[in-house]
Design a protein around this ligand. Structure first.
Ligand code: NDP
Ligand SMILES: CC(C)CCC[C@@H](C)[C@H]1CC[C@H]2C3=CC[C@H]4[C@H](C)C(=O)CC[C@]4(C)[C@H]3CC[C@]12C
Length: 304
């Protein structure tokens, strides 16, 4: 039977690579729905997918996860189009106005903390958050709240008698307990909204399992590792493309020491793709599944 899969933030990076990988393993038995905020970019992604999989069923859905009205309208549309959803990948995410702390980076290079710094970005990144038209903090709204609202609105197509469905969050190893505060869940006061939003998604996934497992709905979180995408290029916006290219040999070298340097969207999507093939009942609700890559760039089996 056809599997219906919705992916948010599917028009680039890890989301697009996941769609490509899903279609490569099964073009016929899959109905993909790319949920994107920008329809021009969504259309380009659809054309790219159809170029390599001409018979695939790839639909588009306009949705801005940072906007309450957009998410509600998109969920309405989904309920009109589909009687059930088998997988929802909650992947759209932003890290706006990142500030890279050069001093902390160099201190980290000469400390015992070096591997953690490269694997998680801990201690070297802060962001300047904005406020959405709904009055929410932008990172919280985009990465977490819009997705939460989507799940609640899609309950009728996710919780179906006698079937299971999976929610799969693209979280991060940058999700740190120290960045999250229950008194300030939107992270209005701090400078690490990205880390806070990812930690909150890990907590939310646990809560969703407690609430929904008995209705056949399961939630998991993954970290794709450090992947070269629009999000990461935005961290050092003044770097021209050629400098990133020059840094690649250094990244390949670092990958010898930390296999979290997945680097390509294809390898970064490994844990998302792996979860597609698992029975949700067999998964550990407390685990974060990691995409890993060997020193030679081979994808490894995800580990919890
Ligand atoms: N790259 C990395 O090293 C890591 C990435 N991640 C996570 O992976 C996920 C995918 O990011 P990645 O592929 O790296 O980066 P990209 O910037 O390539 O992809 C992000 C996607 O999210 C979409 N998006 C952003 N804001 C919204 C919004 N308001 N509504 C709908 N869609 C939106 C973007 O759309 P648009 O093209 O319109 O901007 C884009 O399609 C994110 O959640 C990120 O936090 C986690 C760990 C590491
Ligand atoms: C020679 C220097 C200029 C090289 C700078 C490298 C840094 C820009 C990157 C090194 C490690 C990277 C990251 C690690 C973890 C990612 C995390 C999992 C995530 O969710 C978002 C992106 C990361 C923080 C990423 C960002 C770039 C680095 C800090």
């Amino acid at each position: 039977m056809n599997k219906v899969v919705l992916v948010t933030g599917a028009n680039s990076g890890i989301g697009l690579a996941l769609c490509e990988r899903l279609l490569s393993q099964d073009t016929e038995g899959l109905q993909l729905c790319l949920a994107c905020r920008n329809m021009r970019r969504a259309q380009a992604a659809r054309s790219a997918l159809l170029a390599s999989h001409p018979t695939a069923q790839v639909a588009l859905l306009q949705m801005d996860t940072s906007s309450i009205s957009s998410v509600i309208a998109a969920a309405q549309e989904v309920k009109l189009r589909y009687t059930r959803l088998d997988y929802v990948y909650l992947n759209a995410g932003i890290m706006p106005n990142p500030q890279f702390d050069v001093k902390a980076f160099f201190r980290g290079l000469f400390s015992s903390h070096i591997i953690t710094m490269f694997a998680t970005g801990e201690g070297i990144l802060t962001q300047k958050d904005g406020v959405t038209a709904d009055g929410l903090q932008e990172v919280f709204a985009t990465n977490l709240f819009g997705h939460f609202l989507l799940i609640r609105e899609l309950e009728p197509v996710l919780c179906r008698e006698g079937r299971t469905s999976q929610l799969i969050w693209t979280s991060s190893s940058n999700a740190h307990r120290s960045a999250f505060n229950m008194e300030d869940v939107q992270h209005q006061k701090g400078t690490r909204p990205y880390s806070s939003s990812k930690y909150a998604s890990d907590l939310l996934s646990l809560a969703l399992n407690t609430h929904y497992n008995k209705q056949g709905l399961y939630s998991s979180v993954i970290c794709p590792g450090f992947v070269m995408t629009n999000l990461t290029y935005g961290i050092l916006p003044s770097f021209p493309d050629f400098l990133w290219t020059l840094l690649m040999p250094l990244f390949w070298l670092i990958r010898m020491f930390t296999n979290t340097f997945t680097l390509t969207p294809f390898n970064g999507a490994e844990a998302l793709f792996w979860l597609f093939k698992q029975k949700p009942e067999s998964l550990d609700p407390q685990a974060k599944y990691h995409s890993l890559t060997s020193g030679l760039g081979q994808k490894l089996h995800p580990t919890a």
